[in-house]
Design a protein around this ligand. Structure first.
Ligand SMILES: *Cc1c(COP(=O)(O)O)cnc(C)c1O
Length: 369
């Protein structure tokens, strides 16, 4: 008889469900025999503008070197990020997407008998990273779909090594302000690493959201995680980074895979950092698209969770699965969030004006039909 390798897996892994990504355009095209060119994908919080021309140029210039391993220390990108963020290169850790950073944290500080605290409705990777190393995820009930930082503080116990907080959070788009973060950091035990996930921070304006970097010098137990996947438009290349104390970075550097960020990603990320016009266009497109979707939802009598990300969770007040199915039939891919415990919602990434309009028209037909 063959072995039951599921039963032999780390207990936390046995209870995990695989991450469910947004449906790829080509998959839907195959399933429904649709023209891929006519499909609108607003399901994975991707940048709708296409990559920065400067990033593309940097990638082309790098192609001839593909036989070589990439710079395992990511010297140029770390130097650029450090200068940009006002830290030293020794405080920067590069990741294969910021997802990699979350995994490195779990591998470095979590183990069976230890736990990580995170919120209900928080990013799906937190439980995966935590349970994959046999640690326990302590899920704290959300408040109005957002992080209840007071309750998260109260959930920290002697075995807590990590707290994951996303600001803004995905899939809800909820956020907290500088005062809330300050008051939280001041009370988290110094032995607990706070992972402040700022995957969408580049979309924030003014001082509604704290800038995690402002707190690094005072809180050596703070790690700020960021990504090139969203506002910088490089999701497929997989590059993210952490900013932390040099010691935390040193620990992460011990557990990471030697060449975790590839050379095309390194080159493109450097170029993207220099493309201020692209970033500004990403913001503008997002602000305009957010207003367009909110106006559409208002017109359709729908409610939604106000969001500071590049996506918005809309509430249908009933099972959203049939609406999602009808949208797919119409060639529009959005993200069901029933797996997050939000079965009446769909999460919609902000697209271009035309994509948002296509989605709203399809939705109107479905709801009126
Ligand atoms: C998209 C996202 C990430 C980043 O993913 P990458 O691995 O960098 O592509 C991290 N955290 C949250 C909350 C996200 O939504």
């Amino acid at each position: 008889m063959s072995c039951d390798f599921l039963a032999l897996a780390v207990p936390g892994v046995q209870k995990l469900s695989p991450y469910v990504p947004g449906k790829p355009v080509d998959e839907l095209a195959r399933e429904l025999n649709l023209d891929p060119a006519g499909i609108v994908k607003l399901a994975s919080n991707e940048n709708p503008l296409g990559p920065s021309p400067k990033a593309l140029e940097a990638i082309r210039a790098e192609l001839a070197e593909l036989t070589r391993y990439p710079d395992g220390n990511g010297f140029e990108l770390k130097t650029k990020l450090a200068a940009r963020c006002g830290v030293t290169p020794a405080q920067v850790t590069l990741g294969n997407g910021s997802n990699d950073i979350l995994d490195l944290v779990a591998r470095a500080w979590l183990a069976p008998g230890l736990n990580a605290v995170f919120s209900q409705y928080a990013f799906a990777v937190y439980p995966i990273a935590t349970q994959a190393v046999g640690a326990q995820g302590k899920v704290v009930p959300a408040k109005a779909h957002g992080h209840d930082l007071e309750a998260m503080l109260a959930a920290i116990d002697a075995n807590t090594r990590v707290v994951f907080v996303a600001n803004p959070n995905n899939p809800t788009g909820t956020w907290f302000g500088p005062d809330a973060l300050e008051s939280f950091l001041a009370r988290v035990p110094q032995s607990v690493l706070v992972v402040l996930d700022e995957a969408y921070i580049e979309y924030a304006e003014g001082d509604e959201l704290p800038d995690g970097l402002d707190y690094l010098a005072r809180y050596p137990n703070l790690l700020v995680s960021r990504t090139f996947s969203k506002a910088y438009g490089l999701a497929s290349l997989r590059v993210g980074y952490a900013l932390s104390s040099p010691q935390v970075a040193d620990v992460l550097n011990r557990v990471r895979a030697p060449f975790n960020v590839n050379s095309l990603a390194l080159a493109a990320a450097c170029a993207a950092l220099d493309d201020a016009d692209y970033l500004a266009a990403s913001r503008r497109t997002n602000d305009a698209g957010m207003a367009q979707l909110e106006a559409g939802f208002r017109r359709l009598g729908l409610s939604w969770i106000p969001s500071k990300g590049n996506f918005i969770a809309v509430d249908f007040g009933c099972d959203a699965a049939p609406i999602n199915q009808a949208l797919l039939q119409a060639g529009v891919i959005v993200r069901p969030v029933a797996g997050y415990g939000m079965p009446t919602f769909l999460r919609v990434s902000i697209g271009t004006e035309g994509e948002n309009a296509r989605f709203l028209e399809a939705l109107e037909q479905i709801l009126r039909g």
